[in-house]
Design a protein around this ligand. Structure first.
Ligand code: SAJ
Length: 427
């Protein structure tokens, strides 16, 4: 069988590779020519994909990429894995889903299975994707099969990957669900959990990520309150973790980054308005998470003031700009907000991030620098914003004058070290 994957990003490429490794002939579709060319040259650009896997399946002609959607007529099944961001008005932007569905509608043959994988509001598959596909004159559930199955990838997670993570599938009709589930069972190792409709599958994905969003907001609120009360929130969480049932630890941080957690809950908020419902808890959690960069800046000002310094004119060394540890992605990273606020306050900063050679801030290209004695000693304050494993935390402890650790990254390094605690601050 021939399987198509539309969108060769952090979801689509790993999926295309897994399908090819399972023995299917895979055609990858992407509008970005550079991605198409890199895949066809066996050049991998997604951390979670094993370079050799990609090179081998391309050489064996099990996977080819194209930006010519007319090849859709060759596929028996196609997964849509395109981005579903928020637009500048914080509204869901389903334009990529629409445009790729329109292309697919032009070329699908009768009997084709289409599965939407992009995270989106409940209703997208039936209200948006199905009508576009039926404009082809083909009937859903009769001439083609349509289902929703949310992608679940945790970038950088070494234990869970596309192949072994359980998959949820919901079809427009009973038969659509069965056809989609059997396709995934042929490709993946993890459990394939069938639900009664696309909306159930769409909603469960949003629920998963909103669950994280809200619990991270609670951890952040605990951090703010504990700081005011002079209590170590990290010690509180470690103690709460001893509860073997009914508790799951989340940690405070400088804010919420990534392409999912800060965004997905607002797909639900937007759709809820159509039903005259106001998702107050989700929005309040968003306010708390979005307030963390300001909280970090205010704490930084307080700490410098204790050294009789102002933020204006100070040198700050920022350790980590990626939105979470051990990855190279800066999308929605809260550190970008922190850097913007440092700039506005007239502070100078150097950014160290071994995973991110350069990034753009307010349209300006910023190069990160190597971690060195010099970049630590020259700083009035060293801020740890991403707890990359690659950082030399002993060097950071020994060469920094003042440290503000927003990730409790020094927890282990400090265990057996005496550090002038008056110059070490945690979130
Ligand atoms: N964060 C905290 N405190 C925490 C956990 C996370 O501040 O206790 C922050 C992180 O630093 C990061 C953001 O939240 O900035 C998102 O973290 P994340 O671990 O959820 O990372 P993502 O967005 O790369 O991956 C998530 C998946 N992660 C996990 O389940 C662990 C999962 O929610 C989804 O499968 C995936 O997004 C997706 O694609 O939806």
């Amino acid at each position: 069988a021939v399987i198509g994957v539309v969108g060769l990003g952090y979801v689509g490429l790993p999926l295309a590779v897994e399908k090819a490794k399972a023995g299917f002939n895979v055609i990858g579709f992407d509008v970005q020519k550079n991605k198409v060319d890199m895949v066809n040259q066996g050049i991998n650009y997604i951390g979670d994909v094993v370079d050799d896997d990609l090179r081998r399946i391309v050489q064996n002609q099990k996977l080819k990429a194209t930006n010519n959607f007319s090849f859709i007529h060759e596929v028996d099944a196609v997964a849509i894995c395109v981005p579903t961001p928020l637009d500048i008005y914080q509204q869901p932007d389903t334009s990529y889903v629409e445009s790729s569905t329109r292309e697919i509608a032009k070329y699908i043959r009768p009997g084709t299975l289409i599965v939407l994988e992009s995270t989106t509001y409940p209703g997208t598959t039936e209200e948006l994707v199905k009508p576009i596909l039926e404009q082809s004159g083909l009937k859903c559930g009769v001439d083609f099969f349509l289902a929703y199955s949310p992608e679940r990838v945790d970038p950088g997670n070494k234990q869970y990957n596309t192949k072994n993570t359980p998959k949820v599938v919901g079809g427009v009709t009973e038969e659509c669900t069965k056809v989609a589930a059997s396709m995934y069972r042929a490709v993946l190792e993890g459990e394939v959990h069938e639900v009664s409709s696309p909306a159930v599958a769409e909603m469960e994905k949003i629920y998963e990520n909103t669950f994280r969003h809200i619990n991270i907001a609670l951890a952040n609120e605990m951090a703010i309150l504990c700081q005011k009360m002079g209590i170590d929130v990290w010690e509180v969480i470690d103690a709460a973790k001893t509860k073997p049932y009914g508790f799951m630890p989340f940690y405070p941080g400088p804010g919420l980054g990534g392409h999912c957690i800060p965004i997905d809950p607002f797909y639900l908020t937007w759709k809820a308005r159509e039903y005259n419902y106001h998702t107050r808890l989700i929005e309040l959690a968003g306010e708390i998470n979005n307030s963390m960069p300001d909280f970090v800046i205010n704490r930084t000002m307080e700490i410098l003031n204790q050294e009789r310094k102002s933020l204006n004119g100070s040198r700050i060394t920022v350790l980590g700009v990626a939105y979470k540890k051990d990855i190279d992605d800066v999308r929605e990273s809260p550190v970008l907000s922190i850097l913007k606020r440092l700039e506005l306050a007239g502070a100078y900063f150097d950014v160290v991030d071994p995973h991110v050679p350069k990034f753009s801030l307010n349209g300006k290209n910023i190069e990160t620098v190597e971690l060195s004695k010099k970049v630590l000693q020259s700083a009035d304050l060293v801020m740890i914003t991403t707890d990359h494993s690659a950082f030399d935390y002993d060097l950071i402890i020994s060469e920094s004058k003042v440290i503000f650790d927003t990730r409790n990254a020094l927890k282990n390094a400090l265990k057996d070290k005496k550090f002038n605690s008056s110059l070490y601050y945690k979130l």
